[in-house]
Ligand binder design. Structure first.
Ligand code: NAD
Length: 256
């Protein structure tokens, strides 16, 4: 059980982050939700989790594209025993046409934010005498696809940084690992469907099975609950010697 631990999950008002937050709360952890918006429905998500799982849950607005906001999130959270770096965006374009602002935003949100939050969280974990860093990387942290240069670069960077953090904390009761999901049906993936349909001139189901899940041998999306369960496992005693590595939740993608 994670009772008494506080988990901070970046980018957790939808998709995988929200799913991971719910599984953390189910395991007994207090949770801090985050995104860059500050709407009533964001705070309502935290209230729902608090009620459903009888834990403390808060929503803290912070823009993960800004270093000060990343560090401010950890500061405002108070405790941070478990840090889940999940915030991420995607943009698909050939590298010679890749918009500069998209490149910068992807590197900032998908990679730099994890540097800032980890730097701010490690002193708290050391003071508490226990800590877990779980980075939500991607199958694209281990392998590439065309037209996703910024995303693939950022995710490979996250995997590399995870290993470094693990080495810097190796003799302490702190671990750092990355989860590498294949395709998970979330708003991020949903948003890629219309463009992909147009590009390949295919219908929705055909695009899902033949294009998106083409490299996922199970031909099934992973679920946010499965990713949350994997994160909870990495926080368990059984995983205390698992550090500096990746766990793929990708239906066999990286076995191909
Ligand atoms: P999503 O779009 O549902 O969620 C992304 C989250 O990040 C949202 O909560 C969003 O509000 C937040 N976010 C975006 N910009 C932010 C910013 N500037 N500051 C703070 N928060 C911000 O997408 P998702 O699929 O749940 O993706 C979550 C993570 O999982 C990402 O890092 C993504 O790269 C990774 N991932 C997703 C898949 C997949 O198939 N869905 C596969 C591999 C990896």
């Amino acid at each position: 059980t994670l009772k008494g631990k506080t988990a901070v999950i970046t980018g957790s008002n939808s998709g995988i982050g929200l799913g991971v937050a719910r599984e953390m709360a189910r395991a007994g952890a207090d949770v801090v939700l985050n995104s860059f918006t500050d709407r009533d429905e964001d705070h309502a998500l935290a209230e729902e989790i608090a009620k459903e799982f009888s834990v403390n849950a808060r929503y803290i607005q912070a823009d993960m594209s800004k270093g000060e906001d990343c560090r401010g999130l950890i500061d405002k959270a108070g405790s941070c025993d478990i840090l889940i770096n999940n915030a991420g965006i995607q943009h698909v374009a050939p590298i010679d046409e890749f918009p500069l602002d998209k490149w910068d935003a992807i590197i900032a949100i998908n990679l730099n934010s994890a540097f800032h939050t980890t730097a701010a969280a490690l002193p708290k974990m050391r003071a508490a005498g226990w800590g877990r860093v779980v980075n939500i990387a991607s199958a694209h942290g281990l392998t590439a696809s065309p037209y996703k240069s910024a995303y693939v670069a950022a995710k490979h960077g996250v995997v590399g940084m995870t290993k470094t953090v693990a080495l810097e904390t190796a003799e302490e009761p702190i671990t750092a690992n990355a989860i590498c999901p294949g395709y998970v049906l979330t708003p991020l993936v949903e948003a890629q469907i219309p463009d992909t349909m147009e590009k390949y001139n295919m219908g929705r189901e055909e695009v899902i099975k033949k294009v998106m899940l083409e490299r996922q041998p199970s031909r099934e999306f992973a679920t946010v609950e499965q990713l949350g369960g994997t994160a909870v496992f990495l926080c368990s005693d059984a995983a205390a010697q698992i550090t500096g590595t990746t766990i793929s939740v990708d239906g066999g993608w990286t076995a191909l």
